[in-house]
Design a protein around this ligand. Structure first.
Ligand SMILES: [Zn+2]
Length: 165
């Protein structure tokens, strides 16, 4: 993070690479579903991730993450469009998995604002990379884990776009 520069804050290449490594390890179900992904992740975690839809007021964010002793809850407001909801899920999932992997800090109010900004960028990077990996091969079978990781700068393959993911 270079706060003194006028341009948008950006992640260091090493941080983008860390996110790419993490995204590569995500066990993506085929055909893809958010519930299927969380089921797979939960099989390997001591604490389950729970997806929830909530009725939040207009002053609340469209999505939020609640990490408790018993479970990690990803809450997305009910009237968010599907594509946007997916992005929120991926972003919040990014926070969870990045923190679990010690690549980003916990989302705490007292955290250094610059560290928090970097954590937000990493969660966004995670969300975009995960979406690219999922969307590149929507028809892939159960051997999906063998799909090589996609990089932001690589064009995803158009192959397999004909089936609904
Ligand atoms: Zn965030």
């Amino acid at each position: 993070m270079r706060a003194n520069r006028a341009e948008e804050p950006r992640l260091e290449p090493s941080m983008v690479a860390d996110v790419a490594r993490l995204v590569r390890e995500v066990p993506i179900p085929r055909p893809f579903s958010m519930n299927g992904l969380v089921d797979r992740l939960n099989r390997h975690r001591g604490k389950p991730i729970r997806l929830m839809r909530g009725d939040l007021s207009g002053t609340m964010p469209t999505g939020l993450l609640l990490r408790t002793e018993a479970a990690d809850y990803i809450v997305v407001i009910r009237d968010v469009q599907r594509g946007h909801a997916r992005h929120i899920h991926f972003h919040e999932l990014g926070h969870i998995l990045l923190e679990d992997a010690d690549l980003a800090g916990p989302c705490l109010p007292q955290a250094d604002p610059r560290a928090r900004a970097a954590d937000e960028l990493m969660a966004e990077e995670f969300a975009h990379q995960l979406a690219e990996r999922i969307d590149a091969h929507p028809c892939a079978g159960t051997g999906a884990e063998t799909i090589p990781p996609l990089r932001r700068w690589a064009r995803p393959s158009r192959r397999g776009r004909t089936c609904a993911a």
